[in-house]
Design a protein around this ligand. Structure first.
Ligand SMILES: Cc1ncc(COP(=O)(O)O)c(C=O)c1O
Length: 315
């Protein structure tokens, strides 16, 4: 996804003038910040929406930073560190008002919540198949016609029209077959006569299941002494089942090591949401511990996580 976003950002910036503005956010993964920040070498101004303490974006700041000069708004659908789901309808409306392109990072949203590019009505959306049980393939959606208008680095080895217009050389056919299998895997959790119906019902089932596990994890963590949980409350219907927390007097690295010694995979640090961790003042203490729920997790596993953390805190 990061590579695709670089190619996309470079192509979009060819149509921009020095002084034009691109809006990014403090909440986004570096994959949807770095490629835009690089465009500053062409005299393009990159502005950054601030993050609130509860892990949501500061929408007043966002509105303030959008103007007639804004040519691109690059924003995530969901945060891979706090689980925040951004108010994309509001952002799209603002993008329309000033005629900016809306480029959306769907990487953390797509595995957990139903994604409908037509409803979101973005110009471009990116995601990554390995986040929804597939292989390492970045995916770019373009509003019909939008990619054909971009000045991409085209080679004679590829067809000049979308979707091939942004590709270089032969496609990774083996991995693409894997993407198809991953879509079928997701569809297997749903019902209906068409693939679309199956995916829509599957995602509703997946969301409900992951949500109940996230709630169980949240309640378990909340009862532990000295634990601070980040991100919006879980009762919000639009939230990814991803929980980040810190523990008083214990570095995230130490917690993850202990969990790993007990067979639990969790990761510590910033997860490349580097700016968000800096903005929250969490970098010095080693970031946070993050636990992400996926469709294969079980209630027993969540109980085991909580009892293992209890052991660590009492040791
Ligand atoms: C929200 C988000 N955006 C972008 C990326 C980058 O995706 P890729 O690893 O496919 O470049 C990640 C990866 O963790 C992510 O979580």
């Amino acid at each position: 996804m990061t590579s695709l976003n670089f190619v996309l950002a470079n192509a979009i910036s060819r149509s921009l003038q020095p002084g034009d503005e691109i809006l990014i956010t403090q909440l986004d993964h570096e994959a949807n910040r770095g490629p835009w920040l690089h465009q500053r070498r062409h005299g393009i101004v990159v502005r950054e929406v601030l993050l609130e303490e509860d892990g949501s974006l500061d929408y007043a700041d966002l509105e303030k930073k959008i103007s007639e000069k804004t040519r691109v708004i690059a924003i995530g659908l969901a945060s891979n560190i706090f689980g925040t789901v951004n108010e994309i309808d509001r952002v799209r409306q603002l993008a329309y008002e000033v005629g900016a392109l809306l480029v959306v990072d769907g990487v953390h949203f797509v595995p957990h919540l139903l994604t409908d590019v037509r409803a979101i009505d973005c110009d471009f959306m990116l995601c990554s198949a390995y986040k929804f049980y597939g292989p390492h393939v970045g995916i770019l959606y373009s509003r019909p016609g939008a990619l054909d208008r971009l000045d991409t680095d085209r080679l004679r080895v590829q067809t000049q029209n979308a979707p091939y217009r942004i590709e270089r050389g032969t496609l990774n056919h083996a991995a693409l077959a894997g993407v198809s299998a991953a879509v079928d895997f997701i569809a297997s959790f749903g019902e209906g006569s068409t693939l679309r119906e199956k995916i829509v019902t599957a995602m509703a089932n997946i969301q409900k299941y992951e949500r109940s596990l996230a709630q169980q994890l949240y309640l378990g963590l909340r009862d532990l002494d000295g634990v601070d949980i980040y991100g919006p409350p879980l009762k919000e219907t639009q939230r990814a089942p991803t929980l980040s927390f810190t523990v008083e007097n214990k570095r995230p690295e130490e917690i993850c090591k202990y969990l790993a010694d007990h067979g639990i995979c969790a990761w510590d640090g910033h997860f490349y949401a580097i700016r968000a961790v800096e903005a929250m003042g969490l970098m010095g203490q080693g970031g946070v511990t993050r636990m992400g729920i996926a469709v294969y997790n079980t209630p027993d596993e969540i109980d085991y996580v909580i009892s293992t953390l209890k052991q660590l805190l009492n040791s």
